[in-house]
Design a protein around this ligand. Structure first.
Ligand SMILES: O=C1O[C@H](COP(=O)(O)O)[C@@H](O)[C@H](O)[C@H]1O
Length: 248
């Protein structure tokens, strides 16, 4: 893992998602040039979906047929439910660019083969990740996008929960999410830490305290975002309000 943590601050949420969109185009194009494919992990939340909307307007030179798309967490609700991060990602971007359906890797649905058992769904997704790994136990994602909640949660890793304490498995089921819905499936901190780049997209004054704590090195059990680190880089894309509690 690297200590390369950097902060980019923008005037507002729109500016930060526009900047992140521009930069992810460069990363995906470079990965496709070097390895003929790219892999990204999408997040839910306002800024994660906002970034996708920006890409819909202009995704530059990306060859969408050569991008593997995974999800960092999912609400364990029925297929097609508007709360699913996957559904929101389709509306924002995936229905509008020429992705290869075989390279879309949504998490299992709450009404599918694993209905009533988010942990079984998590095991299934871990197997899917393993099947797409190139040598390691799961892929070394080119970019893992993350939003962050006001208490510092990333993916569905909430403070002081079994999920954020998980140190072996790469995907776990959640049945006690403090933010509805209670049942979720999430990549864990060990999975996030296999990504080359971890990009956190965070806006709003209500998140400023958690941003400062995470960047300041808080215990990830208290502020899960503090444990979200990429192997090559970790970048915080912030608006001015979210950055307002950082030291000068
Ligand atoms: O519940 C969730 O919330 C986080 C943060 O969302 P935001 O709207 O406050 O940015 C999100 O990253 C995660 O994927 C989602 O399931």
């Amino acid at each position: 893992m690297t200590d390369s943590v950097s902060v980019q601050t923008y005037d507002d949420a729109e500016a930060l998602t526009t900047a992140a969109a521009r930069q992810i185009i460069d990363v995906i194009v470079a990965a496709q040039r070097d390895r003929d494919s790219a892999s990204i992990v999408l997040t839910g939340g306002g800024n994660g979906i906002g970034l996708l909307r920006t890409l819909r307007a202009d995704s530059g030179a990306i060859d969408w047929s050569k991008v593997d798309i995974f999800w960092g967490d999912e609400r364990f609700v029925p297929a097609g439910h508007p709360d699913r991060n996957e559904v929101q990602a389709h509306e924002a971007l995936l229905d509008h660019v020429p992705v290869n359906p075989a390279r879309l890797h949504p998490m299992p649905y709450g009404d599918g083969a694993y209905a009533g058992d988010p942990d079984a769904a998590a095991h299934a997704y871990e197997h899917l990740l393993a099947a797409h790994a190139d040598g390691g136990p799961i892929p070394e994602f080119d970019v893992h996008l993350l939003g962050m909640g006001g208490e510092g949660h990333v993916n569905s890793l909430f403070p002081d929960t079994d999920a954020v304490r998980e140190d072996t498995r790469f995907v776990v089921g959640v049945t006690d999410s403090p933010k509805p819905p209670a049942e979720r499936v999430t990549l864990t901190l060990p999975a996030i830490r296999r990504a080359r780049r971890v990009w956190l997209l965070v806006a709003g004054a209500d998140k400023a305290e958690a941003v400062a704590a995470a960047i300041g090195g808080a215990n990830p059990l208290d502020v899960p975002a503090a444990g979200a680190l990429g192997t090559e880089e970790t970048v915080w894309f912030l608006d001015r309000a979210a950055a307002s509690r950082l030291p000068d």
